[in-house]
Design a binder for this molecule. Structure first.
Ligand code: SME
Length: 161
C-alpha cells in the first residue's frame, strides 16, 4: 500500500509539471492520460469526457489513452459515465458484470471508476478509468483521481465560462 502511495505522490509531481507547462489544454489532458495508463498497472483505459457546450446533458469524449471507444457521446444518466455526471458523484464499479446501467467498450474491461470534474459548482467533465482487473480500486485511487480532477479544473482555460 505504501508503494502505491509513493507511486501516486510521484505521479502528482509529474502532473503538476504537465499542467504548468505551456502546452494547450488538449495536449496536457492527453499527456495525463498517457502518463496514468503507462505508470499505473491497473489503469488500462484512461480518458476525459467533457460536457457538451450545446447539449448540456451530454458528455463528449476528449483526450484518451487506450483502445478507441464507440462511446464518443454519452447522455447524462446513461452508463457509468452518465450516472456520475447526473448524480455528481464518484462512481466506482469494482465488477462491471454486476452493474445494469453500463456501456461496454471492450469485453476485457472488468471494472471502472469515474470522477466528476467541477467548475463553479457545475459538472464540466469527468475522468474515466477502465481496468481489466476485478476489484482493483482503493480509497487511494479515489483520492488520487479526485486530486487530478481538482487540478485539471483549476488549470484549464477551456473550462472557464
Ligand atoms: N463504460 C462507460 C462508457 C465509456 S468507456 O468506458 C470508455 C460507461 O458505462 O459509461
Amino acid at each position: 500500500m505504501n508503494g502505491e502511495k509513493n507511486r501516486f505522490d510521484a505521479l502528482k509531481r509529474k502532473i503538476d509539471e504537465i499542467l504548468g507547462s505551456s502546452s494547450i489544454p488538449w495536449e496536457k489532458e492527453q499527456a495525463i492520460c498517457e502518463l496514468l495508463r503507462r505508470e499505473v498497472p491497473h489503469y488500462d483505459w484512461v480518458g476525459f469526457y467533457f460536457v457538451d457546450q450545446k447539449n448540456r446533458d451530454e458528455l463528449v469524449l476528449g483526450p484518451f489513452s487506450g483502445e478507441p471507444t464507440e462511446h464518443v457521446r454519452i447522455k447524462f444518466g446513461e452508463g457509468i459515465c452518465g450516472q456520475a455526471a447526473e448524480t455528481r458523484n464518484v462512481f466506482v464499479v469494482q465488477d462491471v458484470s454486476k452493474e445494469d446501467n453500463y456501456l461496454s467498450c471492450s469485453p476485457d474491461v472488468r471494472s471502472e471508476i469515474v470522477v466528476p470534474i467541477f467548475k463553479d459548482g457545475e459538472v464540466v467533465g469527468e475522468l474515466d478509468i477502465d481496468s481489466h482487473r476485478i476489484n482493483p480500486f482503493t480509497e487511494e485511487d479515489r483520492e488520487f483521481l479526485e486530486w487530478i480532477c481538482e487540478m485539471v479544473s483549476k488549470h484549464l482555460q477551456r473550462m472557464k465560462k
